[in-house]
Design a protein around this ligand. Structure first.
Ligand SMILES: [Ca+2]
Ligand SMILES: [Ca+2]
Length: 426
């Protein structure tokens, strides 16, 4: 601007009345000329000032616009919360603005009293708290907890069933104990220091939708298939576990899954009367009383032991007596149902072999081919189960062993075999 003023002044000079150098200006003329020039300069100065004012105004407007645009562009911080038991002064969140904090009576300000919204749209300083001067003054312990005032903190003594820094969290194990016998339970939860909760289920339970612990039905999962079954007999699902049961006459083995027969005879748990024999079988016991055949055709027997009868001496010339068996013995065999076959159940021989050959035969019974007799070696015959016997059933067989010397019969022995097949396969 200044150079323009000088040009104007320079242009004005040639028009002044003292344009001719040789004319001598009067003092009055000079004074007038100076006055005119002063006026001219004053008017230029006024115009110049006006221009400057306009320029300044425009700059202010421009600054205002730029600030508005900055606000529009969200150049602001998130409004800070009012601290509990305190106040916040100032709500402007634009970059560069401050907010101030005050605490109520009885509370001490911790953190920053003043915080400024920085260019990166975060607040300067630290979060502001109003801390109770008596830490227990605000009754921070919930659910009947007792507050203990410390130097700069409090602690809560929680009543039974509540936990957490302010006794705010129920202790779920407390509830779990109450419903311990149920198939669904509340989980056991623990609050960690970061304030998050971790829950888990007791052993044998699994977390279901809704956060409930549901019992795992081990029986349904495993017992139905033979390859995965967990109990030899029956499985009973119980909360958090399962247990195996055995039928009557069996006891659960120490492995907790298999069943073993109770030997009622050895353990004196039978009710057989005097004169009866107690026979232990799988899943029970039997009371038997072996009887010798009644005397007939000059033939009679005497009992020589609990399961043995011997023929009395034959009268002279009684061929019927001489053809009758010399001895009859009784044999009781326990057998589990559905055992694999063929299977040797019984062997017979003689301790007083005086002849040259033995013959073996099956005389009778109810086995319908399920039991057969075969020779094992020269002096031994055996009773063989030919196919699996499904119990509960009783198989009977009468076996005969005949002794010969040069094809002449020396004597016969009868074996009466009873096979008690159990109901179960164990
Ligand atoms: Ca279970
Ligand atoms: Ca038994």
């Amino acid at each position: 601007m200044l150079p323009k003023v000088l040009v104007l002044v320079a242009l004005a000079i040639p028009h002044l009345p003292w344009s001719s150098a040789q004319d001598c200006l009067s003092k009055q003329q000079v004074a007038n000329t100076i006055k005119q020039m002063q006026k001219l300069l004053s008017s230029h100065e006024a115009a110049q000032l006006q221009n400057m004012r306009n320029l300044k105004k425009q700059l202010t407007l421009l600054q205002g616009n730029i600030q508005k645009q900055m606000v529009k562009q969200n150049e602001s911080c998130t409004l800070l919360p009012v601290p509990l038991n305190g106040r916040r002064l100032g709500k402007k969140t634009v970059v560069g603005h401050d907010v101030h904090f005050l605490c109520g009576p009885g509370f001490l300000l911790v953190g920053s009293e003043t915080r400024t919204c920085l260019n990166n749209r975060t607040w300067s300083g630290q979060q502001t708290f109003c801390k109770s001067i008596n830490d227990c003054a605000s009754n921070p312990c919930a659910n009947g907890g007792t507050c203990m005032d410390g130097t700069d903190r409090y602690s809560c003594l929680c009543p039974s069933g509540w936990s957490g820094t302010t006794c705010q969290a129920p202790v779920y194990s407390y509830w779990a104990t109450l419903s311990n016998s149920s198939f669904s339970r509340q989980p056991r939860c623990a609050d960690n220091l970061l304030g998050s909760r971790q829950c888990s289920c007791d052993r044998g339970f699994q977390m279901q939708a809704g956060g409930i612990c549901q019992d795992v039905d081990e029986c349904q999962l495993f017992q139905s298939s033979r390859s995965t079954r967990i109990c030899l007999h029956e499985c009973v699902n119980v909360p958090g576990s399962y247990r195996c049961t055995c039928p009557e006459g069996y006891q659960l083995h120490t492995d907790k899954s298999t069943c073993t027969d109770v030997d009622e005879c050895a353990e004196n748990q039978h009710n057989c009367s005097r004169g009866q024999m107690c026979i232990n079988v799988f899943g029970g016991f039997r009371c038997v009383r072996p009887e010798c055949p009644k005397a007939q055709l000059n033939t009679s027997y005497v009992k020589t032991s609990a399961a043995q009868c011997e023929r009395s001496p034959c009268p002279m010339g009684s061929k019927a007596c001489q053809r009758a068996a010399n001895s009859i013995s009784f044999h009781y065999l326990p057998l589990q149902s559905n055992r694999t076959a063929p299977r040797v159940l019984f062997k017979m021989s003689t301790s007083r072999f005086v002849g040259d050959s033995l013959r073996f035969a099956i005389l009778g019974g109810n086995s319908q081919g399920m039991l057969v007799v075969q020779r094992a070696d020269r002096q031994t015959g055996e009773l063989v189960l030919t196919r699996p016997a499904v119990g509960p059933t009783t198989l009977e067989a009468e076996l005969e062993m005949s002794e010969f010397a040069r094809k002449i019969l020396l004597g016969k022995h009868i074996f009466r075999v009873t096979v008690f097949v159990s109901q179960y396969e164990f």
